[in-house]
Design a protein around this ligand. Sequence first.
Ligand SMILES: [Zn+2]
Length: 397
Amino acid sequence: MAYNFGMVSPNVTYWKNRMWPCGVVLLTALFWLNVCAAMEQVTLSRDGKNVHLSGKVLVEAQDGGVLLMDREGVLWTAQPDEIVKRIADDQPFAPLGSDVLKASLLQQLGGDFRFHQTAHYLIAYNTSQAYAEWCGSLYERLYRAFHNYWEKRGVTLVESEVPLIALVFDGKVSYGKYARTELGETTSSVIGYYSLRTNRVAMYDLTRTDSLRERNPRISSAAHVNRILSQPGGERTVATIIHEATHQLAYNCGMHDRSASIPLWLSEGMAIYFETPDLKSSSGWRRIGSINRVRLAGFRQYLRTRPADSLLTLLASDLRLRQTRTAADGYAEAWALSYYLINRHQKAYAKYIQTLAAKKPLQVDTPEERVAEFQAAFGEDLQKLDQDFLRYMQRLR
Ligand SMILES: [Zn+2]
């Protein structure tokens, strides 16, 4: 596969190792206290400096550690011994206003960034305005399509509580500099990603990859970007940024909780389900749920050696999607299973999504609990479901 998908980071263990500031994060005693949605001002002492946070505490552990979402939508965990001061406001939580948010982003990203605001997104970019506008239009269409699609299927969604932020860098170098702290060694092979910690998608201008830039030195309009990316090879790169934007939507519309344990096959399967781009339509998104040819071919290849317990291992843990050796087959099966369930078990799938949406933050399910939750939605007999799944996928043309 030429491109990697880069959602970081979908589970608590991974957060612990890779994502959270300071690397030391897990709240130990997970006794949920009643946490209200009022704003709090929290000062942390971290790396010899004081960090001032303003936001809402999502979880408070019995030992005083907290999980907090700040007013930009960034998640922070703090151990009890890091907390210097904590003051509760009477005010309800509110995201940062547009001007303050932009000023904060400029401070984090550097002064050459500009902004393109759409109904639901704030796009910070240091590439051409035409490319930023193209991204904004693509994301807004995806937003509408995503909401329409699930609401028609009985899944209740909400509007995002914080602005959806997309960062668009002018090329691999500036993107790499930003992404490296989150992606580490894999940065060079990931063209865009969604971060569960910052809640942002980050990517670079796809028309500035070497081969496309030579043929298209200047981008003049969003329509021009469309033409460029409709060329052979463009479809998969666009699919990647839609994939990441789908993760961002799912985690901000009340479908998944960023601090809950959402099975990776489910979140990845859904992102792949949506990733088939529709560059020709300027008003809608007609191709949601089209067969993903790349993943179908991958799944058929996998069927030659697919073990009898494949469904069970996919449901029970995230391991198959996380390990490099098994990831391609795992992603293909995650898409295939999602495709099958969405089409053949629509009501049960909607119910299952709602079960997952109600999960408590930072609670890790055992493999047995994950399988039991799946069975509660789709039936006890996994073997029968597996047979029907394989028959259905074999019939797809
Ligand atoms: Zn993904």
